[in-house]
Design a protein around this ligand. Structure first.
Ligand code: ATP
Length: 223
C-alpha cells in the first residue's frame, strides 16, 4: 500500500511567532514522522480585534524569518487570502483539496486551544475531518473536556516514535493525539509585554534572533 505524505497544519495568530511554536513544530515533525508542518497565520479582521494585532504583513514576515532554515517548516497564506472564510474547518477542507488525496492532514493545536475547542465553529465536523495533534503547554491542563467525550483521544505522552508510528499506521478514523513532545513556556502575550519593558535580552530568549531584530527594526508592540 502506498504510504500517504503526512502534512500538519499549525494555525494561529503568530503575533509574533516564537520559540515555543518553532520547537513544537520541529518536535512534532520528528515524533509523528511528518513530511511537512505548514504554519497558517490567521486573518484577524479589525472589527474582531479585542487587542491591537500586528498587520498580516508583519506576522507573515516574522514567520518567514523564523522558518527560513527549516526545509520542512512552511507557510500557507490560505487564511490571509480568503478573509471571509476564517474557520479551521474551511482551512482543512481547502488544504486537503490543494494537497490531494495522497496526503494525510493533521491539525496541530496547543493545550490552551484544545480546552476551548468546543467554542470553535463546527468543531465536531473538524474532529471528523482530520487527526488532531494536541500539544501540552506549561500552565495549561490537558484535562478532558466535552470534545474529549465526543472524540477518539489517544494519549501518546512519553511514547516512542516507533510506537506512535504503529498507532498512526493502524486503520482508524480521525483521532486526537495528546503529546508532550515539547514543553516551552513562552507566549506571544509575554513577548509583547517584554518589548514594552524594553527587555531585549529576554526578547532574544523567546523568539529566534531574526525575529527579535525585525521587532526592534519595525518598532512592533511599542504602543
Ligand atoms: P497569545 O499569547 O497572543 O495568545 P500564543 O503564544 O498562544 O499567543 P498563538 O499564535 O495564539 O500564540 O498560538 C498558535 C497555536 O500555537 C495555538 O494552538 C497555541 O495553543 C499554540 N501554542 C502557542 N504557544 C505554545 C507553546 N509554548 N507550547 C505549545 N503550544 C503553543
Amino acid at each position: 500500500m502506498m504510504s500517504l505524505r503526512r502534512v500538519a497544519i499549525y494555525g494561529g495568530t503568530f503575533d509574533p511567532v516564537h520559540k515555543g511554536h518553532v520547537e513544537v513544530a520541529r518536535r512534532v515533525l520528528e515524533l509523528f514522522e511528518l513530511d511537512e508542518v505548514v504554519f497558517v497565520p490567521a486573518c484577524v479582521p479589525p472589527h474582531k480585534r479585542s487587542v491591537c494585532i500586528s498587520s498580516a504583513f508583519h506576522r507573515l514576515a516574522m514567520l518567514a524569518l523564523a522558518t527560513q532554515d527549516d526545509a520542512l517548516l512552511r507557510i500557507s497564506t490560505v487564511e490571509l487570502d480568503e478573509p471571509e472564510r476564517p474557520y479551521a474547518v474551511d482551512t482543512v477542507a481547502r488544504m486537503q483539496h490543494e494537497i490531494g488525496a495522497d496526503s494525510r492532514l493533521f491539525f496541530m493545536i496547543g493545550a490552551d486551544s484544545w480546552s476551548e475547542i468546543t467554542t470553535w465553529h463546527e468543531w465536531q465536523r473538524l474532529l471528523k475531518m482530520c487527526d488532531l495533534i494536541v500539544i501540552t503547554r506549561p500552565g495549561y491542563e490537558l484535562s478532558g473536556n466535552l470534545a474529549a467525550q465526543a472524540a477518539q483521544v489517544v494519549d501518546v505522552r512519553g511514547m516512542s516514535r516507533q510506537k506512535i508510528s504503529e498507532l498512526l499506521g493502524s486503520d482508524s478514523g480521525p483521532r486526537e493525539f495528546l503529546t508532550d513532545a515539547a514543553m516551552v513556556d513562552v507566549s506571544a502575550t509575554r513577548i509583547r509585554a517584554t518589548v514594552q519593558s524594553n527587555d531585549w535580552v529576554m526578547l532574544n530568549d523567546m523568539v529566534p534572533a531574526p525575529v527579535a531584530s525585525y521587532i526592534e527594526k519595525y518598532e512592533l508592540y511599542k504602543k
